[in-house]
Design a protein around this ligand. Structure first.
Ligand SMILES: C[S@@+](CC[C@H](N)C(=O)[O-])C[C@H]1O[C@@H](n2cnc3c(N)ncnc32)[C@H](O)[C@@H]1O
Length: 153
């Protein structure tokens, strides 16, 4: 059984005394201001072993489609005991605070995400759309990406 030790650190400050085979970056990249996104990608690269995998799950959106995206998500939340609270959460998410608080979000289009990770020498191995709302462009929505390193720094 692999050893698993949870740690809680600021990903823009953290230093690790080891490198990792697998890194998951799940709905985290959009919490970093656009000007720091490339630095996050470089940091993830520094923490990885040669040949490591990086799994990124992310919501990719042009700024002008954020409201439309979340309105579509809300239309799929019409039943179930948690629908009400989920809708409230989505209304709050749609407000997109960009004040640097812990809740701040900076969602970007898919092309920007791919360019940031590729610039940090992450190679795209697999990409899948998880969900794109009807009526929105196909490069919009929730995506799964698998990147790998080619062993070089
Ligand atoms: C949308 S949540 C995703 C949480 C989790 N990965 C999941 O999928 O359920 C974004 C998370 O990123 C965390 N976060 C934002 N900025 C961070 C930073 N600089 N360092 C570490 N975590 C951060 C937030 O605290 C929040 O828990």
């Amino acid at each position: 059984m692999p050893k698993f030790e949870p740690v809680c650190r600021d990903m823009m400050q953290a230093k690790f005394g080891q490198e990792f085979d697998l890194i998951l970056c799940v709905f985290a990249y959009h919490h970093v201001p656009d000007s720091n996104k490339a630095e996050l990608c470089r940091r993830l690269r520094q923490w990885s072993k040669p040949g490591a995998s990086l799994i990124v799950l992310e919501i990719c959106l042009h700024a002008d489609l954020i409201a439309q995206y979340y309105e579509e998500v809300k239309t799929h939340l019409n039943h179930g005991q948690y629908a009400g609270i989920c809708r409230k959460f989505l209304d709050w998410t749609m407000q997109q605070p960009v004040d640097g608080s812990d809740n701040s979000e900076w969602k970007v289009p898919k092309a920007r995400l791919l360019s940031d990770f590729e610039a940090a020498k992450w190679r795209l191995r697999n990409e899948q759309s998880v969900w794109t709302p009807q009526g929105l462009p196909t490069d919009t929505g929730c995506f799964y990406f698998q990147f790998t390193t080619d062993g070089r720094r």
